[in-house]
Write a protein that binds this ligand. Structure first.
Ligand code: NAD
Ligand code: MG
Length: 389
């Protein structure tokens, strides 16, 4: 039996993970499930799957969670600290699917058990990739990608030598506003940007797809996972979202990974690795698919990509600033305080401001450094100096 915990169990990735686990309950011993505001779902899943503990990140909801779990024997805990502590409970496999930088600390703690961290929380790699990977190495733990593109690259690289890789290309759907005229983008509402043509995902990542901040983060994620130099990483717009990534080898071979847009493939691959098991995902019929389209992304439509390239080139604490500023700018857009097209300039301004203070270079980054610069970047992005100038 595999001991597993799911952080962010109530979200889109979390629910897809539980779907796979619930299909073979005899294979898993569920340790901890965590969520935030959706107490009913968290409690129902914890009871259904026989978890040891259910934790809500919302410190005010302990009473509600206790009530929902009454008589079940499942422990209850609440607060950001309790979520992190839940990762101290030993597991063999842990899903990191909290959205945002809040996922970093539980992931770091889970690595101490030396098992597998299935990493959907890309923010961890963007804000602290070298720290996370060093922690994994220190404890003999394994980080497996749970992003469709990175799982695809990981699979294309199986048995290959990184020295034989020339380029990694991750695909981008172009998001919900892909076909909008450029001049209309400033009027896009969170509802417009929060609809995805191919993937059913959480609201934040869906809006990040429309702005391509998601792809920008994934470029950085590619560098951190695979140790690929930034010049060897690229993205291409592929509206059908059927090819997830491609690896170009030195001998001219281009290995592509195709599949239906269903995150249960990437989650299941990480769950069963190194084996492949049956997964309940749709099979592609290429004759029906008929065509696959590709186009270079327009830098004017997707300015986040160029910002990510500068972040990758500079390294140090720039990823932490980029992620925190992006999260804060997204909050402002979702609160209708700034326009869709203000997000990228806002992030660039925060990076420039902190660059000007000369505090972003660091050979080794620590958790304290990341947490501190994260706070500064959020304050700066939310601050009046940045808004609307
Ligand atoms: P979601 O919004 O659907 O779910 C987020 C989860 O995190 C929920 O369980 C929520 O309760 C929890 N949460 C939110 N704020 C929290 C906080 N401050 N502290 C603790 N828990 C908190 O998001 P999602 O779409 O499932 O995405 C989760 C992660 O996976 C993100 O990092 C996202 O980028 C990544 N990812 C998602 C997809 C996808 O298809 N949804 C694909 C690739 C990568
Ligand atoms: Mg992705």
């Amino acid at each position: 039996m595999k001991r597993i915990s799911v952080f962010g169990a109530t979200g889109s990735i979390g629910q897809n993970t539980l779907d796979l686990i619930a299909r073979a309950p005899e294979d898993y011993d569920v340790v901890a499930l965590t969520g935030a505001s959706n107490i009913d779902r968290l409690a129902a899943d914890a009871i259904r799957l026989g978890a040891d503990i259910a934790v809500t990140a919302d410190g005010d909801r302990l009473g509600q969670l206790r009530e929902a779990l009454a008589g079940s024997g499942v422990e209850a805990a609440a607060g950001a600290g309790a979520v992190i502590e839940a990762a101290d409970r030993p597991t063999d496999w842990c899903m990191s699917a909290i959205v945002g930088a809040a996922g970093l600390q539980p992931g770091l703690r889970a690595l101490r058990h030396g098992g597998t961290l299935a990493l959907a929380n890309k923010e961890s790699l963007v804000c602290a990739g070298p720290l996370l990977m060093a922690e994994a190495a220190r404890h003999g733990a394994r980080v497996l990608p749970v992003d469709s593109e990175h799982s695809a690259v990981f699979q294309a690289l199986a048995g290959e030598d990184m020295a034989a890789v020339e380029q990694i290309v991750i695909t981008a759907s172009g998001g919900g506003l892909r076909d909008w005229p450029l001049e209309r983008l400033a009027q896009a509402t969170p509802e417009d940007a929060g609809t995805h043509p191919n993937w059913d995902m959480g609201q934040r990542i869906t809006i990040d797809s429309a702005s391509m901040f998601n792809k920008a983060m994934e470029l950085i994620e590619t560098k951190e996972y695979f140790g690929m130099p930034p010049g060897g990483i690229d993205t291409v717009v592929h509206p059908q979202s059927l090819v997830h990534a491609l690896v170009q080898f030195r001998d001219g071979a281009l290995m592509a990974h195709l599949g239906a847009p269903d995150m249960r493939h990437a989650i299941g691959y990480a769950l069963h690795w190194p084996d492949r098991r049956d997964l309940p995902v749709e099979r592609l019929n290429l004759a029906q698919v008929a065509r696959l389209d590709f186009a270079a992304p327009d830098p004017a439509r997707y300015p986040a990509l160029d910002i990510a390239r500068a972040v990758m080139a500079g390294g140090g604490l720039r990823g932490a600033v980029f992620n925190a500023a992006k999260e804060a700018a997204l909050d402002l857009f979702m609160d209708r305080q700034i326009a869709f097209t203000d997000m990228a300039p806002q992030v660039a301004r925060t990076l420039d401001a902190l660059e000007g203070r000369g505090c972003l270079d660091a050979d080794t980054i620590t958790l304290d450094m990341v947490l501190q610069i994260d706070r500064e970047a959020r304050d700066l992005t939310r601050g009046p100096v940045c808004v609307g100038d």
